[in-house]
Design a protein around this ligand. Structure first.
Ligand SMILES: [Zn+2]
Ligand SMILES: [Zn+2]
Length: 237
């Protein structure tokens, strides 16, 4: 067994229009979206999947409010898990939207695993997606390993391309206690995306988005972790 521990971390909440999460529904409904990186410890690696939002530039404040108690930033939940920033050897970003890579620059020893299509697009996004990529959040010292398609980090820790929400989105599947823990990322930010086959409202390619949801639904013995579901804050099954 190479996977030693899997747990959800926490970086607070940010608000957004719920229609960003579910296509064609909830316009004008404000949603308090949770930010919840995943910690995976194996015999060889200490892995963080997605790094939350950290601090947004002031000009974003009128669109998104970051809500965080004094002990609710990512570092605090890492501390509780006994992991320091410098212990982390790999950071996996499902994609490079600002709410998934906000703390990337604070991991001094990590290598970064992001699909190459996503890294390229993040530097030169289409106009409708520009606001979602903050270059300061991902363009820092540190190696982005070239990644194209499926990749096995170790036995039981797999990266699975799930494009649609963005061009190079990926999900992470961890075999743990006889289940497949599926860190869906924004391929499925809420349970409704998987359960009702509803694509996210913020979408680069809607057909691929639905294919990716169907791919996630075909995984056997799954425990889904939805990127922004504020009712699911720990890994329980
Ligand atoms: Zn996103
Ligand atoms: Zn997101």
């Amino acid at each position: 067994m190479t996977v030693l521990d899997v747990r959800l971390l926490f970086d607070g909440y940010f608000t957004l229009d719920k229609s960003f999460l579910i296509f064609g529904k909830y316009q004008g409904v404000k949603y308090k979206a949770a930010l919840k990186p995943l910690l995976v410890r194996t015999e060889k690696e200490t892995i963080i999947v997605d790094t939350g939002i950290a601090t947004l530039p002031p000009k974003y404040n009128k669109f998104h409010e970051v809500i965080r108690g004094s002990n609710e930033e990512l570092r605090h939940s890492m501390n509780n898990a006994g992991v320091r920033l410098e212990d982390v050897t790999l950071v996996v970003n499902t994609h490079l939207h600002f709410d998934h890579c906000g703390n990337n620059r604070f991991f001094p020893r990590a290598k970064f695993m992001v699909q190459t299509d996503e890294v390229r697009y993040a530097y030169f996004p289409d106009r409708f997606m520009q606001v979602s990529y903050l270059r300061d959040f991902f363009d820092h010292e540190g190696d982005y390993l070239p990644l194209k398609g499926r990749y096995q980090i170790e036995d039981g820790v797999d990266l699975l391309p799930t494009p649609g929400h963005t061009i190079g989105h990926q999900s992470v599947v961890v075999r743990w206690k006889g289940r497949n823990i599926v860190y869906a990322g924004d391929a499925a930010p809420l349970a409704e995306n998987v359960e009702k086959r509803n694509i996210p409202g913020m979408i680069f390619n809607s057909a691929k988005g639905l294919e990716s949801i169907d791919l996630l639904r075909r995984i056997e013995n799954p425990v889904y972790l939805y990127s922004h579901d504020n009712a699911q804050l720990s890994l329980t099954f």
